[in-house]
Design a protein around this ligand. Structure first.
Ligand SMILES: [Zn+2]
Length: 88
C-alpha cells in the first residue's frame, strides 16, 4: 500500500512536470513559430491530462481528485483527500 502511494505521488509529480514544461514550450513554439515546440507542448499537456484523469485518484476512497492543486500542499508528500480526508 505505501509503495502504491509513493508511485502515485511520483506520477503526480511527473504529470505536473509535464504541465509546467508544456506551457512554456507551446507558448515559445507559437511565438517563434516552431512547430516542433508547439507539438511537444501540446503532447505534454495531453500526457498531464491523461495521467490526472486515469491515475490521480484517492487511494482510500477511489474518488478522482481535483486536477487543480495547491502548490504548498501538493509538492510535499502529504496530500489530503478532500473527500475522505485520507492522507497519502
Ligand atoms: Zn479519499
Amino acid at each position: 500500500m505505501m509503495g502504491k502511494i509513493k508511485n502515485l505521488m511520483k506520477l503526480r509529480k511527473f504529470s505536473l512536470l509535464c504541465l509546467f514544461l508544456s506551457i512554456p514550450s507551446s507558448f515559445i513554439g507559437s511565438i517563434l513559430n516552431i512547430t516542433f515546440l508547439s507539438i511537444t507542448g501540446v503532447s505534454l499537456l495531453i500526457i498531464f491530462i491523461l495521467i490526472s484523469l486515469i491515475f490521480w485518484r484517492c487511494p482510500h476512497c477511489k474518488k478522482a481528485l481535483p486536477i487543480r492543486f495547491n502548490i504548498d500542499e501538493d509538492i510535499d508528500d502529504n496530500y489530503s483527500c478532500p473527500y475522505c480526508n485520507g492522507k497519502f
